[in-house]
Design a protein around this ligand. Structure first.
Ligand code: TPP
Length: 186
């Protein structure tokens, strides 16, 4: 499965939900499908997309928050999983696109390439619902199940280590920040 295919498969379900992505390939790919004011692309801060999603989910209990993360980013801040589990926001779905590499900076292999299992790490941290999926159909149904379950879920989606042709988009960081802030307040 390619990450862009997975993003396309759930794109329609992002419309009325709050979306936070980590930087790099996933942000550029989601923007290439179509930016929306409810999407925030957290630049540079590897491992902190789920923490930002957690803060939003706790302060907006009536909204569902989707976080799109990367394996390298999650590995850089594994404590983020324990904090997610501790506060257990039932309105947060955490998707980790696991391409077993730091694709956005050249494709160096991460620890998931040598056997580390992020879904099991999330479960051991206390995340109540976890799944690993490797096909588009399995991803679609894990995503649907997570939205319907109404509980904190981490979905590790194994994807090919391929990304967009470029990472620079025409949406500036500050524009994204203020637009997203206005969206959250409206
Ligand atoms: C704290 C920190 N260290 C290093 C970087 C440089 N960096 C940007 S993207 C990236 C790789 C991200 O890997 P992953 O989360 O697996 O996503 P992928 O690029 O594979 O889609 C790195 C190391 C950064 N942005 N922040």
């Amino acid at each position: 499965m390619k990450r862009i295919e997975a993003l396309n498969a759930v794109y329609a379900q992002l419309e009325n939900r709050i979306v936070v992505t980590i930087m790099g390939a996933v942000a550029a790919e989601l923007q290439s499908i179509g930016h929306r004011p409810n999407f925030f692309y957290l630049q540079h801060a590897m491992g902190l997309a789920s923490s930002m999603g957690l803060g939003i989910a706790l302060s907006k209990r009536d909204r569902q928050v989707i976080v799109f993360d990367g394996d390298g980013s999650v590995l850089m801040n594994l404590g983020g999983l324990t904090t997610l589990a501790r506060y257990r926001p039932r309105n947060l779905v955490h998707v980790v696109f696991d391409n077993e590499s730091l694709l956005s900076v050249g494709g160096f292999p991460t620890a998931t390439a040598t056997g580390s299992d992020l879904a099991r790490i999330a479960a051991a941290a206390g995340v109540p619902r976890t799944a690993t999926v490797a096909t588009l159909d399995a991803f679609r149904s894990a995503f649907d199940d997570a939205l319907a379950a109404g509980d904190l879920t981490t979905i590790v989606a194994k994807v090919e280590a391929v990304g967009p042709s470029g990472y620079v988009t025409d949406l500036s960081l500050l524009e994204n920040r203020f637009q997203f802030q206005r969206y959250l307040r409206s």
